[in-house]
Write a new protein. Structure first.
Length: 86
């Protein structure tokens, strides 16, 4: 589900039609759960990256979300810092 949501958001970045973009945004907001105020806050993109890495995808494979492998590495550093992980 997260991978499909990530693909939807990636698709949104390539859509120029404002009506289609609005509809895709509505679908995206339905798929994204409400944040818990007591939880560690990660952006939707950080959750996508972390989910794929947790599933065993390499940084190069995660980069198919229209990111460079270097950008994935940066995301993972930020995520680790927010989660207090090493």
């Amino acid at each position: 589900m997260r991978e499909a949501h990530a693909e939807l958001r990636a698709l949104m970045s390539s859509v120029a039609d404002p009506d289609v973009l609005t509809r895709l945004g509505s679908i995206s907001s339905i798929l994204q759960p409400e944040p818990d105020s007591s939880a560690v806050w990660l952006t939707a993109r950080e959750v996508d990256v972390l989910s794929l890495v947790a599933l065993g995808f390499s940084y190069a494979e995660v980069a198919r979300l229209h990111l460079s492998p270097q950008r994935v590495k940066i995301y993972m550093r930020v995520i680790a810092g927010r989660l207090g992980a090493h």
